[in-house]
Design a protein around this ligand. Structure first.
Ligand SMILES: C[C@H](O)[C@@H](O)CC(=O)C(=O)O
Ligand SMILES: [Mg+2]
Length: 423
């Protein structure tokens, strides 16, 4: 069957999470978790579902960017795309007029991810894949100085570790107990409940006020005890020196990592922070706003991060995430994906399972983020058991949304928004 793509639809879907401060951090104080939600329609009726995660009003712009890319997709058959997926990736990321908006970063990269996530979903629903096919999806342009195609293939055929995942699942940590806007009482209650459900690793938002951070970290450490894992996340709030002194003041709470301490583009700044915090046993994690493989390459080359936080929508879909997983493996830096957002847990579970089964075969210092929001809007939501992601069973990339949810949350015409606007 040809699976020719005959149309691309994209919708602006928003959830009013800011009303209860879900998702809040030191820089995003009123986040409405949102998605530019893409459906590829094929001549034979098969559909591919994809999305990119955004916040509120920003979704409008990503939707326009997806519409601008749609012309490059309509008329192509899935078989032609996957026969030269690297070429198709370049077609989208190197279009002579649109690459000026990036290249391979910002809104155009988020839109590329939404479209390619839908292509991967379509491909997954249509057929299986082997290591050669996987490697042929990666654009090695700009990274051959650290990773060649041959090395990538050797890595992929080397590791095959499926059974453990099927039985135990992939270890996860939770961010849902400690968003910045939550009260002390909420933090305590949520951590207590999470402990009862088997969670042992917790991330807390910091960065707005040092006294508050000390208070919150103390409260959480007391609640979760000395042996469970704590991570802190500043969402790019500080300058480099400020980051070092602020995190030093929080070091008594023994965080495993400080996430996004400064500008996501400041590779040497992250390297300086990593060096200063290493004696305290605190690593630097970053990646949720790291837009492409070239940035990750340099972060790795500069020893500027100790935890790679790939993002299924920030990078150019599976294609570019593969490049980063393979480079992280080569540099022996653990991958702990970012998943704070709508649909990110659903997407990223595939990437981290792939990393374990086909690339790293290691769980050392590795875990995948989980946030407990909005899963009910997906047709195949993630399954968490005892703080582990259980491998998804349905074919596809797990980001098809319930049509009723999409209609209710479409902005501005969905009932959810009509009601809020008339209040
Ligand atoms: C705005 C998002 O909720 C962000 O705070 C998520 C994040 O940094 C994380 O999950 O990590
Ligand atoms: Mg973060």
């Amino acid at each position: 069957m040809s699976h020719r793509i005959v149309s691309v639809s994209v919708r602006d879907v928003r959830f009013p999470t800011s009303l209860e401060q879900h998702g809040s951090d030191a820089m995003h104080t009123d986040p409405d978790y949102s998605a530019a939600y893409v459906v590829l329609h094929t001549a034979c009726g098969l559909r591919g579902f994809g999305l990119t995660f955004t916040l509120g009003k920003g979704t409008e712009i990503v939707v326009l960017a997806v519409e601008a890319l749609a012309d490059l997709v309509v008329g192509k058959s899935l078989q032609d795309i996957v026969k030269d997926f690297r070429g198709f990736y370049r077609l989208l990321t190197s279009d002579g007029q649109m690459r000026w908006l990036g290249p391979e970063k910002g809104v155009i990269q988020l839109a590329t991810a939404a479209v390619l996530n839908a292509v991967w979903d379509l491909w997954a629903r249509a057929e299986g894949k082997d290591p050669e096919q996987i490697v042929s999806c990666v654009d090695f342009r700009y990274i051959t100085d650290v990773l060649t195609e041959k090395e990538a293939l050797d890595i992929l055929v080397g590791a095959q570790e499926e059974d453990r995942m099927m039985k135990e699942g992939y270890p996860a940590y939770t961010t849902s107990c400690a968003w910045l806007g939550y009260s002390d009482q909420q933090l305590k209650q949520l951590c207590t409940d999470a402990l009862k459900s088997g969670w042992t690793k917790f991330k807390v938002k910091v960065g707005a006020n040092l006294d508050d951070d000390i208070h919150r970290c103390r409260l959480i450490r007391q609640t979760i005890g000395p042996n469970n894992t704590l991570m802190i996340d500043a969402n790019q709030r500080w300058d480099v020196a400020e980051a070092i002194s602020w995190v030093t003041s929080l070091s008594e709470f023994k965080p495993l990592w400080i996430e996004e301490p400064t500008s996501p583009d400041d590779i040497l700044g992250h390297a300086a922070i990593s060096k200063a915090l290493a004696p305290l046993g605190i690593g630097v994690a970053t990646g949720e706003q790291c837009a492409n493989r070239v940035m990750f390459k340099q972060f790795l080359q500069a020893s500027a991060l100790q935890f790679v936080q790939i993002d299924s929508c920030r990078l150019g879909s599976v294609n570019e995430n593969l490049a980063v997983l393979l480079m992280a493996h080569k540099f022996q830096v653990p991958v702990c994906p970012h998943a704070g957002g709508v649909g990110l847990c659903e997407l990223v579970q595939h990437l981290i399972l792939f990393d374990y089964i086909c690339v790293s075969a290691s769980l050392s210092n590795r875990m995948c983020e989980y946030v407990d929001h909005l899963h009910e809007h997906f047709t195949s939501p993630v399954v968490i058991q005892n703080a582990h992601y259980m491998p998804p069973k349905d074919p596809g990339y797990s980001c098809e949304m319930l049509e009723s949810s999409v209609q209710r949350h479409q902005y501005p015409e969905g009932d959810t928004w009509k009601l809020l606007m008339n209040k």
